[in-house]
Design a protein around this ligand. Structure first.
Ligand code: BTN
Length: 253
């Protein structure tokens, strides 16, 4: 473990050459330990990286960043995971812009990071619940990014978006900047001050979208985000729908 001081908070950083999934590791760590400080789990590669809805997250050792941030939640404060996920997306883009100033980064509600219209990363926020009283014990924010597709096999290069095809940037420096930007945001995340920036980065707002939530589908124009990071859709019927979690499956240009 490295003891690392971000600009705002002391955190512990655990590094791995290979792990099944940093999110799963963080959740197990949280169940097995009395966690006081935030913990960051950073892996060079993952053998079972996963995304939302149980999807596989391709995690090769060359070219990607895979990390999970475990936040201990003291007392009974509620965690606003919609805000945490949108705030994380903004923090990740802020960090990436320092290294790749010319790339066009966007966010796709709620947890995707796009570069030049292709997904290059995702965020997976999971809460670890204590069984006794059902209150949240901790929250794990997983961040996965394809930085550089230079070493991706040809069939993956076509499907997966990556920021660059060849990078000379040390990925540890990018990871460090993501950690710094994350904790800077986390200090005041409940105020949602980053939501304006999230809206500016959004590729979803103002467009006709189709959102799938479980077995329900809502179609309409993506109008704005609420103070909790939920998406408000103006439906054709004239009614609005507020969606706090779901997936935008189609964006009509
Ligand atoms: C998504 O696209 O749905 C979210 C992808 C999240 C991937 C990251 S990589 C680090 C962490 N460990 C995992 O198994 N998943 C997250």
């Amino acid at each position: 473990i490295d003891h690392y001081r971000t600009t705002t908070l002391p955190v512990n950083i655990h590094t791995f050459s290979s792990v099944a999934s940093t999110n799963d590791y963080a959740k197990q760590f949280s169940s097995a330990n009395q966690v006081e400080l935030p913990q960051v789990f950073l892996a060079d590669t993952q053998t079972k990286g996963h995304g939302r809805l149980g999807r596989h997250f391709y995690s090769p050792s060359k070219g990607g960043i895979y990390m999970s941030i475990l936040l201990p939640i003291h007392s009974r404060i509620t965690i606003h995971s919609g805000l945490l996920t949108t705030g994380t997306a903004v923090s990740v883009v802020r960090a990436l812009k320092q290294f790749f100033a010319n790339a066009d980064f966007r966010v796709k509600w709620v947890n995707d990071i796009l570069v030049h219209n292709k997904k290059c990363g995702g965020i997976l926020t999971e809460t670890v619940t204590s069984l006794e009283d059902g209150s949240h014990e901790s929250v794990v924010v997983g961040i996965g990014l394809n930085i550089d597709s230079d070493n991706f096999p040809a069939e993956i290069q076509q499907k997966a978006g990556a920021i660059v095809t060849k990078s000379s940037v040390d990925k540890n420096r990018i990871a460090a900047s993501i950690i710094d930007n994350f904790f800077y945001m986390y200090q005041t995340y409940e105020s949602g001050t980053f939501l304006k920036e999230y809206a500016r980065l959004s590729e979803t707002l103002g467009k006709r979208v189709e959102v799938v939530m479980g077995n329900q589908t809502v179609t309409g124009v993506a109008d704005h985000f609420t103070h909790e990071g939920a998406l408000v859709i103006q439906k054709d019927s004239g009614q609005t729908a507020t969606i706090s979690s779901g997936e935008v499956t189609k964006v009509y240009l």
